[in-house]
Write a protein of this length. Sequence first.
Length: 159
Amino acid sequence: MHEPAWLREFKAFIMRGSVVDLAVGLVVGAAFTSIVTSFVEDIINPVIGLLIGGVDFSNIFVVMSGERRASLQATRDGGAAVLAVGSFINTIIKFLIVSFAIFWVVKALSKLRVSELGKVETPPPGPTPTESLLAEIRDELKVQRGLPGAAVATPRPPA
């Protein structure tokens, strides 16, 4: 069966290293986000809440219209319009933690990449144009004088 050209192109696109790396990064990032969410909601917020008098960030909200109930979710379920300030603060804390972690990962990868690039041996530079010209003149003089070991000079193309 003949494979359509677009399918071949799609396969080539998917199998490129950067796309596969992006997919792996996305899966790891999603897992890391759930860890950060738990860290913020289960460890940081209770400690901060305890330090500022037992306040639960997830239940800090402002009712714009409607009836205020015991929790943010109950107020929303009652049809009230609310500004969920505590949820927003939680989101900012999560963002800062993820950003900080990504900063350190990128910094480590950059350092690793720089050290890997430093290991690549570069061949010594070839002769300069002046050195090449002098070598040609030397070889031509050897041929003209008939010295032993003189290579037959090939004519230089006009410059």
